[in-house]
Design a protein around this ligand. Structure first.
Ligand SMILES: C[S@@+](CC[C@H](N)C(=O)[O-])C[C@H]1O[C@@H](n2cnc3c(N)ncnc32)[C@H](O)[C@@H]1O
Length: 363
C-alpha cells in the first residue's frame, strides 16, 4: 500500500442518495446525455489508442475504474460502453483466446450511497464489481493496476475551496456572492488556480495507477476557449442559485453571513486550461480533446424544472449542511421561478453548451 501521505484530504460533496424524487439516481439526465454523446469517442479511443499488446504479461483480469461514479445509473452505461469496446478490440486483434475477466472498480467518496449503487448493478453484467472509497485527488488504486480509467462530471468538484474567498483582506474575498460569475477577476483566478492544483493531483495519482499504454477518458462540462463563464450552462445554474440565496438573505430567511461564507465548489475549465494542466503534469499524452455539443435541449418551464432537479440532486446536501435543511424547499421553489424568468439565458446556454471529452494515454 502506498504511504498515507498520498491519500488526499478532500471535502466530500456527494449527490443525493437513494432513489426518491430528488435523488441523483432519478435526476441525472444531463449527465446521461453526456455519457451517450461520449460513447463514440470512447469506442474510437479504445480501438485506436488502447495498447493491449503492450500489457505484459497479458492480463488475466482487465481492470476498469470509474472515478466519481455516484449512485448510478450513468456509471453502468459508461462502463458497459468501455467493456464492449475492449471485448471487440480483443476479437478484432485476433486475441479472443486471451480474453480476460473484467473487474470494474467503482470509486467515490466514502459518504457516497454505495448501497444504492450496488443494489442497482445490472443483473446481466459481464464483469466483477467492487467499490473503492476515497478521494480521487489522492491514491485510491494500486500501482499500475488500471487498464482504462474513466471519470464523468466529477473533476469539476474542487477538493477544497480557495481560502482567500473567505478572507476579508484578500482581493478575492467573495462577499455577497456564492460563485465566480459577476465577481472580481481575483475570485475567478482563485477558482481556476484551485482547479489546476486539484486536477494536477488527480493526474499524478492516476499516473501511478494506470498501466503504460492504458487510457483515461475524462468528461466534464466545458467552456469553449474565450467564452465567458456567464454563458456556460452549469455556471448559469450556480449563478441563479446564488441569486436565490441572496434574495433570501435580504428577506431575512437566511443570514448574509451564511451567504458570505458559502461558495459553490465547482469550476468549468476550457480545453486550453486542461491542455496546460495535462502537459505540465507529463504522465499522459493528450490523444484527443473535443468540445461536443450539449445533447439535452429542453425549453421553457421543462428546462426550468430539469435544471431545478439537476441542481437540487447535486447540492441539496451541501446547502442543507451550510444553511440548514429548513431552507431547502423554499430555495428550490425560488430557483424554479428564477429559472423560468431566465429562460432566454438558459436556452442560450443550452445552445452554446458543450462538454469536454478528453482522451489521455499513459506514456
Ligand atoms: C455529478 S456526479 C457524477 C456521477 C457520474 N459520474 C455520472 O456521470 O452520472 C459527481 C460525483 O463525483 C464525486 N466526487 C467528487 N469529488 C470526488 C473526489 N475527490 N473523489 C471521489 N469522488 C468525487 C461526487 O461524490 C459525485 O458522486
Amino acid at each position: 500500500m502506498s504511504s498515507r501521505t498520498e491519500l488526499a484530504e478532500a471535502e466530500e460533496y456527494t449527490m443525493n442518495g437513494g432513489d426518491s424524487t430528488y435523488s441523483y439516481h432519478k435526476n441525472s439526465r444531463f449527465q446521461r446525455a453526456a455519457t451517450d454523446v461520449a460513447k463514440a469517442t470512447i469506442e474510437k479511443a479504445i480501438m485506436e489508442k488502447l495498447d493491449i499488446r503492450r500489457f505484459s504479461p497479458a492480463p488475466t483480469t482487465f481492470q476498469i475504474a470509474d472515478l466519481g461514479c455516484s449512485v448510478g445509473p450513468n456509471t453502468f452505461v459508461a462502463v458497459q460502453n468501455i467493456l464492449e469496446a475492449v471485448r471487440r478490440k480483443y476479437v478484432t486483434q485476433g486475441l479472443s483466446s486471451q480474453m480476460p475477466d473484467f473487474l470494474v472498480l467503482f470509486n467515490d467518496h466514502a459518504s457516497n450511497d454505495f448501497n444504492t449503487l450496488f443494489a442497482s448493478l445490472p443483473p446481466d453484467r459481464q464483469y466483477y464489481a467492487a467499490g473503492v472509497p476515497g478521494s480521487f485527488h489522492g491514491r485510491v488504486f494500486p500501482d499500475a493496476s488500471l487498464h482504462v480509467a474513466h471519470s464523468a462530471h466529477a473533476l469539476p468538484w474542487l477538493r477544497k475551496l480557495p481560502e482567500e474567498l473567505l478572507d476579508a483582506n484578500s482581493p478575492a474575498y467573495n462577499k455577497g456572492r456564492v460563485y465566480y460569475i459577476s465577481a472580481p477577476s481575483q475570485v475567478l483566478d482563485a477558482y481556476a488556480a484551485q482547479f489546476a492544483k486539484d486536477t494536477a493531483m488527480f493526474l499524478s495519482a492516476r499516473g501511478k495507477e494506470v498501466v503504460s499504454g492504458g487510457i483515461m477518458v475524462l468528461l466534464l462540462p466545458g467552456r469553449a476557449n474565450g467564452i465567458a463563464h456567464s454563458c456556460v450552462l452549469s455556471d448559469v445554474m450556480f449563478d441563479l442559485l446564488g441569486a436565490c440565496l441572496m434574495d433570501m438573505a435580504k428577506e431575512g430567511k437566511t443570514s448574509e453571513a451564511l451567504v458570505d461564507s458559502f461558495n459553490a465548489p465547482v469550476y468549468t475549465p476550457s480545453p486550453e486550461e486542461m491542455t496546460a494542466i495535462t502537459e505540465r503534469n507529463g504522465c499522459f499524452s493528450i490523444e484527443t480533446m473535443d468540445l461536443t455539443p450539449f445533447n439535452a435541449k429542453v425549453d421553457g418551464s421543462a428546462a426550468a424544472h430539469a435544471c431545478t432537479m439537476h441542481v437540487r440532486a447535486g447540492v441539496e446536501g451541501l446547502i442543507g449542511k451550510h444553511f440548514g435543511s429548513e431552507i431547502v424547499n423554499e430555495l428550490f421553489d425560488r430557483f424554479f421561478e428564477k429559472a423560468k424568468e431566465s429562460s432566454d439565458r438558459i436556452s442560450s446556454a443550452f445552445l452554446h453548451g458543450c462538454q469536454l471529452v478528453v482522451v489521455l494515454k499513459r506514456k
